[in-house]
Design a protein around this ligand. Structure first.
Ligand code: HEM
Ligand SMILES: *[C@@H]1O[C@H](CO)[C@@H](O)[C@H](O)[C@H]1NC(C)=O
Length: 529
């Protein structure tokens, strides 16, 4: 009724306003979807940067999807380490057609591939905020929280100052014992199973699952110390939330649907409440322990973070409790799958290179002693030069993170190319790590010795290994990850010899992190003591 009354008097004015609004919207949309991509594409082409054609609305998405679909189901020979055709097939194809630096289209957003180390260095070393993190999908942001990995500018600097003290080497070394205890627990179980296998003293295990469990335990204990049991429950809840988020990532998002009490939403709310409630209670307990009982905040990541935060005095340089909670979530999200897959790929390479496996075993026995001696400090691990070289080579060929991205926040001259504001630059780590111009003619081969003079002298560029990224925003947990990997490998090597099972299918797949599509079955043989 109301609309009918309205149409008599104010009708024409409303119609005109409506028409203007629609036309403005149409105009803006056309500029965004037609004119701008065309103009930017032309400007880049004039500078010699070419790429797949922009198609209305979908950009180069269809072409990329077709190449991804063609690559899915492909399997590599286990001696082949070139994962790019499986992981970034569209990039491989475009690069061969247009060169190391090319432009593609994510919808109407120009995406500049920085496939050149000079350009990468310029992006990652710039501290002015010109290249910031791209925005996360809302449902993923809700899941991961606004932790270090996703924030920009002053917020990022404030968080990083508070979080950094927890990750210094002297603090991490104190966590070695905890890591070794977690490792021991897993390895004992393998021993029991190998011993139970009558006569042969060997057992086949899918190590991906094993390492997932191990790295969850380690991150729960390094983050939450003695309250790790509740901490682990938080992480298990987060894992389920992650599954829920991924399962809905490609479905249609009706506005308001997230408030409807569907079965999945109810479960999500339960889990979110549990995560926040448990973390909140833990933090209050620590604060009480430190301020009322004089016991200190604790020597785990949470405690060290709270201590640094208390030192910031609650002023504008400190973090709120909700921000601390988000950092705890970030440690799990950023530090758990990554480290687990690093271990898995290292086992793959050692399981297929028995000579290297034996060299590493000798080194571990020499520096850390036999299985009877506990690994309790980082100093012995520091002497494991060959183990370190193998870990770097694994990070080069099978680095868990295949690609990172930055958004350009103002027009900029990037390596001689004028790049307009709003462009996304991608850094295809998996491709750069195989650049023969930088790594040499044997770039495609497993050759840990390239790192014998250190990580910065392995290639023609000092910062060529990008597995943890470079510069101010490089991985804050890299020393923790390496320490954990070394501890675990040392313990495995002195107890077992192992080989990759013939059942293994070499099909690396990128699901946020690079992993073997069907896991990694490994046959372990107990060594005589
Ligand atoms: C092998 C294991 C790991 C790999 C390969 C890895 C890789 C990376 C990479 C490539 C980045 C940069 C991302 C970007 O620029 O978009 C990053 C950032 C980050 N990583 Fe890791 N990571 C590992 C382990 C860990 C661990 C164990 C933790 C924490 C416990 C952690 C916490 C973080 C955080 C908080 C950031 C964001 C840092 C910032 O922006 O200031 N990572 N990691
Ligand atoms: C960051 O990039 C801008 C634009 O290219 C440049 O003017 C500035 O000097 C760079 N800053 C650093 C620290 O590299």
């Amino acid at each position: 009724m109301a609309t009918m009354e309205m149409s008599t008097g104010t009708g024409p004015a409303v119609a005109v306003a409506l028409a203007v609004a629609v036309l403005t919207w149409l105009w803006k949309t056309m500029v965004q979807l037609v004119w701008r991509p065309y103009a930017v594409g032309r400007a880049l082409a004039r500078q010699g940067v070419r790429g797949p054609a922009y198609r209305f609305f979908v950009g180069s998405g269809d072409e990329a999807n077709a190449m991804r679909a063609a690559a899915s189901g492909e399997v590599l020979d286990w001696r082949c380490h070139d994962v790019v055709p499986l992981v970034l097939p569209h990039y491989r194809s475009w690069m061969s057609r247009y060169g190391k630096v090319f432009v593609s289209w994510s919808g109407s957003t120009p995406t500049l591939c920085a496939g050149d180390y000079d350009m990468v260095k310029q992006i990652l070393s710039n501290r002015t905020g010109l290249y910031c993190k791209t925005e996360l999908q809302p449902n993923l942001l809700a899941l991961f929280g606004k932790g270090l990995a996703f924030i920009n500018g002053d917020d990022w600097a404030r968080h990083r100052r508070v979080v950094h003290p927890a990750f210094t080497m002297d603090k991490l070394k104190m966590m070695t014992k905890t890591m070794a205890e977690c490792g021991q627990q897993v390895i004992r179980e393998w021993e029991v199973r190998a011993t139970a296998a009558a006569g042969q003293r060997s057992v086949q295990l899918e190590v991906g699952k094993q390492f997932e469990e191990l790295t969850t335990n380690v991150i729960a204990r390094t983050t939450f110390g003695s309250s790790y049991k509740e901490g682990k429950e938080v992480f298990v809840a987060q894992q389920e939330l992650q599954l829920i988020a991924f399962s809905t990532i490609n479905s249609v998002h009706l506005p308001g649907l997230q408030y409807v009490p569907t079965k999945m939403n109810v479960r999500r709310w339960q889990l979110e409440k549990k995560v926040r409630g448990t973390l909140m209670a833990m933090i209050h307990e620590r604060q009480a322990a430190a301020t009322k009982e004089g016991r200190g905040y604790g020597n785990d990541l949470l405690g060290l973070m709270l201590e640094a935060n208390a030192a910031a005095g609650g002023g504008p340089t400190s973090m709120t409790i909700d921000e601390i909670i988000d950092e705890c979530k970030t440690f799990f999200f950023a530090g758990h799958d990554t480290t687990s897959h690093l271990l898995t790929w290292t086992m793959f390479l050692l399981g297929t290179h028995p000579n290297w496996q034996e060299r590493l075993r000798q080194e571990v026995l020499r520096e850390c002693g036999s299985d009877k001696e506990a690994i309790s400090d980082g100093d012995a691990l520091n002497k494991l030069k060959l183990v370190t070289m193998v870990l770097y080579e694994t990070l080069r060929l099978y680095g868990p993170v295949s690609m990172i991205a930055r958004m350009v926040t103002a027009d900029v001259n990037l390596g001689g190319v004028w790049v307009p504001k709003g462009t996304v630059t991608t850094i295809p780590i998996a491709i750069l790590h195989r650049d023969a111009d930088v790594w040499g003619a044997d770039a495609g081969e497993f050759n840990p010795l390239r790192f014998r003079h250190g990580v910065n002298r392995a290639a023609a560029h000092a910062g060529a290994l990008l597995a943890f990224s470079l510069g101010a925003r490089s991985c804050i947990g890299q020393d923790l990850a390496i320490l954990e990997a070394k501890t675990t490998l040392a313990m495995i090597l002195r107890r077992f010899s192992f080989e990759v099972s013939p059942e293994y299918v070499h099909a690396p797949m990128d699901l946020l992190t690079l992993q073997p599509q069907c896991g990694l079955p490994v046959v372990f043989k107990l060594l005589d003591q």
